[in-house]
Design a protein around this ligand. Structure first.
Ligand SMILES: N[C@@H](CCC(=O)N[C@@H](CS)C(=O)NCC(=O)O)C(=O)O
Length: 242
């Protein structure tokens, strides 16, 4: 491990997955961090934490953030911890509570997006639950995706100026909603392009986040992994009725 970095992210090295929400925050802020399992230790680093061979609170699953002696998990919790340190949330308890509420709602949608391809069990392969995945995806695309994205659009509409989801400035929630839109567009391109005219403010937010200098250079770099069928957002054409 690199001794000089401020933060260590411990996450599966070959997929964006939930780790990407953390990577985006660290990258946007220009933080000094190490993506540990993408280094020489590989996935051994993850298993050392999961088996309790590292000090600190025992994690159940990655992503894991290590900051000094602190070891924490749960994406929303990690982001709520990082945000004040990375200038990715405003001051004050009220604004931070609103940000966490929205981030937990992102987590709910991420879990539902995951369950489109794993509706029966995470422990089974996709091929073992394909029929259920079709049923689940159809319900997701008909009802849940429009409900959640419509909710975020409505939040933007009610916010001052409609540019930021929390307060009057860019926050970690904007980064996560950007990633949601990227991932959902990869997984369900036809549905997302059909629905996106309903969400003009979210589309603006996505463009604004993509153009932030640190985000743009991260997205163009080798550090940004491509979406693939091991992550949360998977493209299986049959799940969109093709
Ligand atoms: N609610 C947790 C979910 C963590 C999670 O499910 N991590 C996945 C990777 S994205 C994992 O490795 N899970 C292994 C398992 O659940 O056994 C979070 O938001 O961080």
């Amino acid at each position: 491990m690199t001794p000089s970095v401020d933060y260590r992210l411990v996450y599966w090295p070959k997929l964006q997955g939930r780790g990407e929400f953390i990577r985006l925050a660290l990258e946007d802020a220009g933080a000094s961090y190490e993506d540990v399992a993408r280094g020489p230790q590989g996935m051994t680093a993850i298993f050392e934490y999961l088996r309790g061979e590292q000090p600190g609170q025992l994690p159940l699953a990655p992503p894991i953030l290590v900051h000094g002696e602190l070891v924490i998990t749960q994406v929303a919790n990690i982001l709520a911890y990082l945000a004040p340190r990375l200038n990715l949330v405003g001051d004050g308890d009220d604004e931070r509570a609103v940000a966490l509420q929205l981030q937990l709602t992102v987590a709910d949608l991420v879990a539902e997006a995951h369950d489109t391809h794993h509706p029966v069990s995470t422990a089974l392969a996709y091929d073992e639950q394909k029929d259920a995945a079709k049923v689940r995806s159809s319900a997701f695309l008909d009802a849940r995706l429009p409900k959640f994205m419509g909710y975020f659009e409505h939040c933007l509409e009610r916010a001052n100026g409609g540019d930021f989801l929390v307060g009057r400035a860019h926050s970690y929630v904007d980064l996560s909603v950007f990633q949601l839109m990227e991932g959902l567009s990869y997984a369900f391109p036809r549905s997302m392009s059909q629905l996106s005219s309903r969400w003009p403010r979210l589309t603006r937010l996505r463009d604004r986040v993509a153009a932030r200098p640190n985000v743009a250079s991260y997205l163009a770099s080798e550090r940004r992994l491509g979406f693939n069928e091991d992550g949360i957002f998977r493209h299986y054409p049959e799940l969109e009725g093709e």
